[in-house]
Design a protein around this ligand. Sequence first.
Ligand SMILES: [Zn+2]
Length: 224
Amino acid sequence: MSELNLILLGPPGSGKGTQGERLQEDFRLPYYATGDILRAAVRDSTDLGSTAKEYMDRGDLVPDEVIIGVIGERVEGPDAADGFILDGFPRTVGQAEALGQEMDDLNRGITAVLLIDVDDDEVVRRLGGRRTCVKNGHIFHVEFDPPKNEDVCDVCGARLVIREDDKPEVIRNRLAQYHEKTKPLVSCYSERGLLKQFDGKLDPEEVGNRIRALLATLKMEEEL
Ligand SMILES: [Zn+2]
């Protein structure tokens, strides 16, 4: 039985969410974005969800062992029997080791770590060009989807602004944090031969095709 147990890595604005959704459709795998499954555990009041909620209510970070527990429950579940796509976890080497232990316990392994690489300037260009309508949140992009009139929403006529999160200095700060945490993780997976790098500057369609081609090869190799 060949599984596709995948981890998606990439900076904000790399389009990894889009790739995750495509993989989910193409390979019929569950897509676990960490934030979403953590919120779902809290909503469903599972034991771990309730523990996570205590930390969140205090404004503290949810500790690794709780997050790994929540992810473990999903990975062990029937939906993930043929594999899964993880997005947003692991973020640190410590989390990667905990996940590796969990997979060992299940007699499974990570198939591949897909890194969608985009340089910082491109991320700032992509995210920093967003303009959001103050009234209804309609989103435009100065370069890729410009409004007909500058700073005016085409849909409802409200003013367009740059959201706090889309300000270049805020984006660069997030990127600095991303690099600091992700670099050791990337080297760790690279040393284990699991890292597969994709040029996120390419058209998303092309990135998707390359990922699919790689996974088809990995599946075939495993079935031989
Ligand atoms: Zn609008």
